[in-house]
Design a binder for this molecule. Structure first.
Ligand SMILES: [Zn+2]
Length: 507
């Protein structure tokens, strides 16, 4: 356990040390003659001001790190892989080095050591999250025992399966205990905090102390009082994914800071009770490797979605409106979410302050139309283009935004634009505009729907897809009413804004 601790802790320092050692070897190997030749080459090539940024840029420009060919003036000290170094000993005593260690990926480091001892390093390695998988109880602390099955054993068996599932997906995993040993809760938390782990999941089994032995299912706990870390999203994802992989009874997702492991950890954390040992059927299941694997897969999928969320583009049409848009903006602001608004020109004229608020709060705007009248808009290509230009000009005058995004009223395929659709798309594309349809919807423009129905529509139309453009309308009051709750339904999605570079969703 402690051996493991040192291994994790040393990574940054170790990297720097490795780079320094590489230089030392390089200097020995090249010898003095080599260095002088080297200096001449490098001093000529180097820019005059050598800030850390400049050094990186200069390196990128002067050397080829993607191929195995070395540039002039570089040395190859092979061992674990490729290494190339460059030195610049200028009048200011600046030393610059570069390393390329191919193998598991390319690592590039740069050091800038000035007379003041300034050190800069850059590594272009993808960051690998470290997950703490905590098997509850252990040793003399057996947890609950029912029908000869001890909680500590089931916890450990599942935790080990979670570990291998995560490692298979490329995560780093640390387990406070990997054997049947006793460990204080505080010690587990301390380990996780000292490793600066990125997520913490504690695995437990439940028991019902009353007479009803039929109670079964999964419960997940997190500290809801701490909004500085995203424990609620982690808990929701693990809860949801584990219920889906096991088809177990869904019990509560509970906010509780009392558990030491969820309350005192510094990273997103949750505690999952994967079943009831007091229920004979569930106990039998929990004792099989097959069911434990289902649980492990669920926990692993939840964690993976936490770190690799899907993408959702939240879009609002037909605004700005008198009250609704402000309410929508209030919710988005509270949740720190940015969305895209396809505006109607005549309402922008009517509510210019609201349009400016949309922009001021970092949301994207696109063009819907000037006047939302299908008959007029789609009577001809010219009509459409004239209406579009009018909307464009108003939006530019009011907000100062020159947008390239638009959305067809009624979507790109509708009952009114059959005859003009193709030529409008061709002309708009030539003019550099890009249109977005949607692939999920609240269906809030289709008649009066209760807020709960709007949420159900949104959830059921996503179908678990990786990229969602969600259609909503910021002139429907029930949409504003349900928005906060609606956004809670999508922990697996990261909300993004549309840009001209976003690959469009089109019918
Ligand atoms: Zn519309």
């Amino acid at each position: 356990m402690y051996r493991r601790k040192r291994r994790y802790r040393r990574s940054t320092k170790e990297k720097a040390k490795r780079i320094w050692m590489a230089f030392a070897s390089m200097i020995l190997i090249t010898g003095m003659t080599g260095i002088f030749t080297f200096m001449a080459v490098v001093v000529l090539a180097a820019p005059k001001e050598l800030g850390a940024q400049n050094i990186l840029q200069w390196m990128d420009e002067t050397r080829d790190v993607s191929s195995n060919e070395f540039l002039e003036g570089e040395t190859d000290v092979s061992g674990n892989g490729l290494m190339a170094g460059m030195m610049d000993v200028s009048g200011n005593g600046i030393l610059i080095g570069a390393m390329d260690v191919s193998g598991n990926g390319i690592l590039i480091g740069a050091m800038d050591v000035s007379g003041n001892g300034i050190f800069a390093e850059a590594a272009k390695e993808p960051y690998i999250p470290l997950i703490v998988v905590d098997a509850g109880h252990g040793g003399e602390d057996v947890g609950c025992v029912e029908g000869g099955v001890a909680e500590k054993d089931v916890n450990l068996q599942i935790a080990l399966l979670v570990k291998s599932a995560l490692e298979e997906k490329g995560y780093r995993v640390m387990m406070p205990r990997e054997t049947d040993e006793y460990l204080e809760k505080e010690e587990r938390v301390e380990l996780a905090n000292s490793y600066q782990a990125d997520a913490y999941v504690s695995i437990h089994q439940n028991t019902y102390e009353g007479t009803d032995k039929s109670i079964s299912g999964i419960e997940t706990w997190y500290d809801g009082s701490d909004d500085t870390r995203d424990s609620s999203r982690l808990a929701k994802l693990i809860h949801k994914a584990t219920i889906s992989s096991t088809e177990a009874v869904e019990r509560e997702l509970l906010e509780c800071a009392d558990f030491c492991v969820t309350g005192k950890t510094l990273m997103p954390a949750c505690l999952i009770e994967t079943g009831f040992l007091s229920n004979p059927q569930e106990r039998a299941l929990l004792s099989t490797t097959e069911y434990q694997e289902k649980i492990a897969r669920g926990i692993c999928n939840g964690i993976d979605l936490y770190f690799n969320p899907k993408t959702m583009y939240l879009t609002f049409d037909d605004g700005p409106s008198a009250e609704c848009t402000d309410k929508v903006l209030d919710v988005l602001k509270e949740k720190g979410i940015k969305a895209t608004f396809f505006l109607i020109g005549e309402y922008v004229e009517k509510y210019p302050e609201v349009a400016r608020r949309i922009v001021a709060e970092g949301h994207t705007i696109g063009i819907h139309c000037y006047q939302h009248d299908y008959g007029v808009l789609y009577a001809s290509k010219e009509n459409f283009l004239a209406d579009f230009q009018k909307a464009y000009d108003v939006i530019y005058q009011v907000t100062g935004v020159e947008t390239k995004l638009f959305r067809f009223p009624g979507g790109s395929v509708n009952a009114y634009n059959k005859d003009v659709r193709e030529e409008i798309i061709e002309e708009m594309t030539n003019r550099g505009y890009v249109y977005f349809d949607w692939n999920a919807s609240l269906e809030d423009a289709a008649g009066e729907n209760e807020p709960s129905q709007l949420i159900e529509n949104a959830v059921s139309t996503t179908l678990g897809r990786k990229r969602i453009v969600m259609l909503a309308h910021d002139r429907v009051s029930n949409t504003a009413l349900c928005l906060s709750e609606l956004l809670e339904q999508f922990p697996e999605y990261k909300m993004e804004i549309l840009t001209a570079d976003t690959e469009p969703i089109q019918f």
